[in-house]
Write a protein that binds this ligand. Structure first.
Ligand code: ADP
Length: 454
């Protein structure tokens, strides 16, 4: 500032002296005015240059002037550079933030105060069938036409989310989306969406399961209660009492079996996968199943059934012997229960050409129509409800088999012809099999290979 004042004085003094030299007092006065004007013109020119420089926004080039204008330019340049840096950083942060939202597995849509789409991530675009470029600034209610969503949007009450079908939902492949609106800023809204198809399916399965279990338990309980009331109120003779008590014991046993199967299922679902350290000899499995099968056949009055066990190999399976036994027992139990007393059942081990091993249960029972095959392993699925109950079935046997098979990396193959019989085969991968370290003494399967009549 001092320099500016000094330069103005020097300029005026020089012009005044020049005027004095040319025309004494009058010349000096003219000189002083001219000097001041010249200084002002020069100063205005430099100011104009700086203004041009600022207008062009050429912050990267050096300021065009020195002195006070120069300093103002430098300071303006520094301030502009700082702002540019801050803006670049903010842009970078925004891009990172959007990229993070973009990578979210949940859908995110930003709506303006008029309900138009300002931005959406790819997940939301996929879920709602929105084009993130073309549909920008479109009314969200024009694009998401589900009546439940429209009602929710216009209600203004967003305390909870709603579940709507996705636009690509089909009756055969339903898609369910949970949508939640969150108001923010001045009338703006944040729309969050989540694909809850699997959750909804699991919830529906849970509901069905609870309903099925309740139904299965209620039936024998109702029968039991009825018998208890009869015993309490009617004067029965010894023979009748005995008959009622036998029926009651049957119903109690039915409930016991059901609870047992339910516990087995929950254990299978909740426990860690069987480790590779436990080895179960196939011969042991076959021997135990032979004994159980024979006992069951006797118990259900089918002692004449032909129950044959093939030769047991000197092979071990990696996995839980308890689970493997439970799976094979269920298959043998089904075969015994569904096959007539005059029928035949054959359990055998076969080494497949690709190194896998197959444990199969074949029966000459009623067989199963093809349309039921894919659903047999569902919990409580029965081809013939009354026959399953009559024979003491719970509807959970094959569900248990499926779980055990999956937990051992194996596969379950069902082959059945109505009227001719069925074969249930468990195929174990080669990686789970090994030759027995000490081969079995005698063939346990042979001892089981007998007709129950014999
Ligand atoms: P359940 O306790 O009713 O036998 P499962 O899950 O073991 O339940 O079997 C499901 C259904 O599959 C049975 O209800 C039955 O209709 C059918 N099924 C299973 N095994 C056989 C078989 N060996 N022969 C004919 N039908 C069978």
């Amino acid at each position: 500032m001092a320099w500016r004042f000094f330069s103005f004085l020097v300029c005026q003094l020089a012009a005044g002296l020049l005027g004095w030299w040319l025309g004494l007092a009058r010349g000096a006065a003219v000189g002083l005015v001219s000097g001041g004007m010249l200084w002002l013109a020069l100063d205005t020119w430099r100011g104009a240059r700086m203004l041009r420089w600022l207008r062009q926004g050429a912050v990267s080039t050096s300021p065009p002037a020195g002195g006070m204008w120069g300093e103002a330019s430098s300071r303006a340049q520094r301030a502009l550079r700082l702002r540019e840096l801050e803006a670049a950083e903010a842009r970078h942060r925004l891009e990172e933030f959007l990229a993070a939202i973009g990578a979210s597995p949940n859908g995110v849509v930003l709506l303006d105060a008029q309900g138009r789409i300002e931005w959406c991530n790819q997940t939301a675009a996929d879920q709602f069938g929105i084009d993130p470029q073309r549909d920008l600034m479109q009314q969200v209610t024009n694009l998401m036409r589900d009546p439940a969503f429209a009602a929710y949007y216009h209600s203004g009450s967003f305390g909870r989310d709603i579940v709507i079908p996705g636009p690509r939902s089909l009756p055969s492949r339903p898609i369910k989306l949970a949508v939640h609106l969150h108001p923010y800023g001045e009338g703006r809204k944040l729309l969050l969406s989540r694909d809850v198809t699997v959750l909804e399916q699991a919830e529906a399965m849970r509901r069905d399961f609870v309903a099925n279990v309740s139904h299965e338990i209620r039936t024998p309980l109702t029968v039991l209660t009825g018998f208890v009331e009869t015993l309490q109120t009617l004067p029965l003779d010894e023979e009748e009492r005995e008959r009622y008590l036998t029926l009651m014991a049957q119903q109690a046993h039915r409930m016991q079996t059901l609870v047992g199967d339910l516990l087995t299922l929950s254990r299978l679902e909740g426990s860690p996968l069987p480790g590779p350290g436990e080895w179960t000899p196939v011969t042991e499995l076959m021997t135990q199943c032979a004994q159980e099968g024979q006992a069951l056949a006797k118990a259900v009055g089918k002692s004449s059934q032909q129950l044959r066990f093939g030769e047991a190999p000197a092979v071990e399976i990696a996995g839980s012997s308890r689970e493997l036994l439970s799976a094979l027992s269920n298959l043998v139990s089904n075969a015994v229960r569904y096959t007539l007393a005059t029928g035949a059942i054959e359990v055998q081990w076969r080494a497949l050409a690709d190194g896998r091993g197959e444990l199969s249960v074949r029966d000459s029972g009623p067989g199963i129509a093809p349309e039921h095959l894919s659903r047999l392993t569902e919990r409580f699925y029965r081809v013939d409800r009354s026959r399953s109950r009559e024979t003491g079935g719970t509807g959970l046997g094959l569900a248990i088999v499926k779980h055990v098979v999956q937990r051992h990396g194996a596969e379950l193959a069902i082959d059945s012809t109505p009227g001719l019989g069925s074969t249930f085969a468990i195929r174990f991968p080669a990686s789970r099999l090994r030759a027995m370290l000490s081969p079995p003494s005698g063939t346990p399967a042979q001892s089981a290979t007998e007709s129950l009549e014999g």
